[in-house]
Write a protein that binds this ligand. Structure first.
Ligand SMILES: NC(=O)C1=CN([C@@H]2O[C@H](COP(=O)(O)OP(=O)(O)OC[C@H]3O[C@@H](n4cnc5c(N)ncnc54)[C@H](O)[C@@H]3O)[C@@H](O)[C@H]2O)[C@@H](O)CC1
Ligand SMILES: [K+]
Length: 497
């Protein structure tokens, strides 16, 4: 796992390293410049002509230091200053003096197409407002040039916290970011603008006493170690029984996908509780699952009670529909069971009309809304949700004491204690019908094997994304289907046994 930070958090970490630890700012800067030169060295050779476009803050000062290092190594490197001289930081002033001493060339009117590489050192984490005027023109020229573009710390114009484009932004081929990835390099469109991402260790550490919950947590392949090892002596009961309440008339596919994914994620047994019309198709499609049914007009509390009693984990929602009768059944389950639950899709839409029901449950709970469903739960619009994202999701998870997986191009998982996981796996091919049902199944499957909700949810999201990446590799993002994501689970789960 690693952490991603906001611009403000990065500035605090910089300041801590300089003031409390005593590493001078210029020493950090020298390391930053050296690391970036090393990162762009391939295929750097003496024939390169490099333009360093530098703003007036310390991001610009990094660029000036890089120009001097390149110049001293015999590479043709020229500095183009776009910033206002009155705004130069102390470090910038010093770097300019040093560059002048070494006779690094400055240009005023670059011939944009004559460079092989352009280094974007206009704005870093200090970007504070929309880009306009001369900065806008320069960024447009960088994007139009044929050279490869390397951004220092973050593409200029990308918001360090949200990844949004602040008017205009540099489209980089590669971004070398310092110490920790900035959240804006992971959220879209920032992630796309950053190109290939390299993280350079310049000597800034997390504060030892700091509460890491305030940073974004990002899982990587090391977290597969959280998957419970399967004991050779285990029987199917040991790996958990999942009750999957899913599939209204005409939506048996959602029940199938969620249940199939749940079994493929390792659950011992799955029992589908669905509308009676789905009986034959589901038993034909997925003979590994057990099945019980409810009717069009009513549900049978005895049958549901028996199924809930049997299960270790309850998942409700995939393709379930919005029949008000279901709300009655869901309310009964929330009130009467303390077993871990995953609530998804129309189950959440039904609950958004009677929110007090969520408060009636007492067991561990994961909800998996997409942005639209999340907005409905928060009684707001998607665009308002995006503005305060993911703070509002964190607040919701806290106030309702549940794990909230909010699905988007970059899914976040917020825990009741405020921890926010930012998922980095997955791809655009997963924007396909049924992908969400697969995720519900995977998370339920992990819960069934004994993982707590706080781990099962972010790990489920991570594994689901990796499975999607495998599907894309095989089939491409246009043609991959939700069922292919399920097929992608095996190669990942196999890493554990
Ligand atoms: N010692 C340090 O603090 C270190 C800083 N580093 C670099 O310094 C950067 C941060 O430096 P700063 O805090 O000086 O900030 P930046 O260099 O990112 O930018 C700040 C400057 O841009 C101006 N500005 C912001 N938004 C603007 C807009 N939309 N239009 C026009 N002007 C705008 C500000 O007024 C200010 O002059 C990091 O991203 C990193 O590249 C690294 O060298 C590592 C060490
Ligand atoms: K930059």
């Amino acid at each position: 796992m690693h952490y991603a930070v906001t611009s403000e958090q990065m500035k605090a970490l910089d300041a801590h390293t300089i003031k409390d630890m005593g590493i001078p700012s210029l020493v950090l800067m020298e390391r930053a410049a050296l690391c970036t030169v090393e990162e762009i060295r391939e295929p750097l050779f003496s024939k390169e002509r490099i333009l360093l476009v530098c703003g007036s803050g310390n991001n610009g000062a990094d660029g000036v230091a890089m120009a001097r290092i390149l110049h001293n190594r015999g590479v043709t490197a020229e500095i183009f200053l776009v910033g206002n001289k009155d705004r130069w930081t102390e470090e910038m002033r010093i770097q300019i003096d040093i560059a002048k001493n070494y006779r690094v060339p400055f240009v005023n009117n670059p011939a944009w197409d004559e460079y092989t590489t352009i280094v974007d050192a206009i704005f870093g984490v200090g970007l504070s407002r929309k880009v306009s005027g001369r900065y806008n023109d320069v960024i447009t020229s960088i994007n139009a040039a044929s050279a490869r573009v390397i951004s220092v710390d973050i593409p200029s114009g990308i918001h360090g916290n949200t990844g949004e484009i602040m008017g205009t932004a540099v489209r980089a081929d590669k971004t070398v970011t310092f110490a920790f990835p900035k959240a804006g390099l992971y959220f879209y469109p920032g992630a796309e603008y950053a190109g290939e991402l390299a993280v350079a260790d310049i000597g800034i550490q997390m504060m030892e006493t700091g509460d890491t919950r305030k940073y974004y947590s990002c899982m990587d392949e090391r977290e597969l170690g959280l998957l419970p090892k399967r004991q050779p002596s285990g029987n199917k009961g040991d790996f958990g029984k999942v009750l999957m309440i899913a599939g209204t008339k005409g939506m048996s596919g959602a029940a199938f996908l969620a249940s199939n994914a749940c079994l493929a994620a390792g659950a011992g047994m799955v029992r589908i509780h669905t509308r009676e019309e789905n009986r034959i198709i589901l038993q034909t499609q997925l003979p590994e699952a057990m099945l019980s049914v409810y009717g069009e007009e009513d549900w049978n509390p005895r049958a549901v009670g028996e199924a809930v009693g049997w299960a270790d984990v309850i998942a409700i929602g995939p393709g379930i529909g919005k029949d008000p009768m279901l709300l009655d059944m869901i309310a009964w389950i929330l009130e009467n069971s303390r077993k871990p639950m995953v609530l998804d899709a129309d189950c959440l839409n039904l609950l958004s009309t009677q929110e007090e029901l969520l408060a009636k449950r007492s067991g561990p709970c994961v909800i998996t809304p997409h942005m639209g469903e999340m907005a409905r739960l928060l009684h707001t619009t998607v665009s308002a949700l995006k503005k305060e994202f993911p703070k509002n999701v964190q607040a919701y998870g806290r106030s309702k004491n549940l794990v909230c997986v909010c699905k988007d191009a970059r899914t976040v998982t917020c825990l009741p204690d405020g921890t926010c996981y930012l998922n980095l796996t997955g791809n655009e091919g997963m924007a396909t019908a049924g992908a969400g049902d697969v995720l519900t199944g995977v998370i339920a499957g992990l819960l069934a094997q004994g993982l707590p909700a706080e781990k099962a949810a972010p790990l489920g999201v991570y594994i689901h994304g990796r499975a999607g990446d495998i599907a894309k590799e095989k089939l491409g993002s246009y043609s991959m289907l939700a069922r292919d994501i399920i097929r992608g689970l095996a190669p990942i789960m196999r890493e554990r046994g």
